[in-house]
Design a protein around this ligand. Structure first.
Ligand SMILES: [Zn+2]
Length: 200
């Protein structure tokens, strides 16, 4: 069984469309955008025809993102930086799904990810760490050499589903102002040609 970590953002949505994993998992760890991510992921899976699950693991006692504001490392954006996030997400998904026979956990990392836990050395290390344990679960990031735009084009993700995707980092609705929302808009505008107004 292949499982995709699914936030409802452009990268994981394109991977869901492209790879059609057996299950898509959204983890509510107390992030401020959790409700928006769950709503988007659920709606997208319903449209694509994939199983969607939510794992509840409330870590908001750690600061729900405010922790990040005190720990800006290497220029990482405060609003989106959670130290050790990907290893936490992969571990939670593996803990939940290993008893069901999950063989692979897919991450939506892309080439433009700035944080160390989205880059090849870490991803290879995490893959090895999990594969050494019971269950021998593998960790993959099939789009780690692609930009978001390349991934959208490669996957063939349809424009008709773009409206269901969600990339906000700070609210349960798209704020339109955070780095996630700005990147979302830029990628969509540059990937999909705009219909001409008034065209018959
Ligand atoms: Zn936003």
């Amino acid at each position: 069984m292949r499982a995709l970590l699914f936030s409802g953002g452009l990268d994981s949505s394109a991977l869901a469309w492209w790879l059609r994993p057996q299950v898509c998992v959204t983890i509510d760890y107390g992030q401020r955008a959790a409700k928006g991510e769950i709503a988007a992921s659920s709606a997208l899976c319903s449209q694509i025809g994939l199983e969607h699950r939510t794992i509840q693991a409330d870590l908001s006692f750690l600061g729900s993102g405010s922790m990040a504001a005190k720990a800006v490392v290497d220029g990482a954006s405060a609003e989106e930086f959670w130290p050790y996030r990907n290893q936490m997400l992969v571990t939670l998904a593996a803990m939940k799904l290993m008893p069901e026979g999950v063989s692979e956990i897919i991450l939506g990392s892309v080439s433009t990810d700035r944080h160390a836990d989205g880059k090849a050395p870490f991803l290879k290390s995490l893959d090895r760490t999990l594969s050494l344990q019971e269950g021998h679960v593998r960790v993959t990031a099939p789009a780690r050499r692609m930009s978001t735009r390349t991934l959208l084009r490669t996957s063939g993700f349809p424009y008709e589903l773009i409206g269901l995707t969600f990339s906000c980092h700070v609210h349960e609705y798209a704020c339109g102002q955070c780095n996630g929302c700005l990147k979302h808009r830029e990628c969509v505008e540059m990937t999909y040609p705009r219909p001409k107004r008034g065209a018959a």
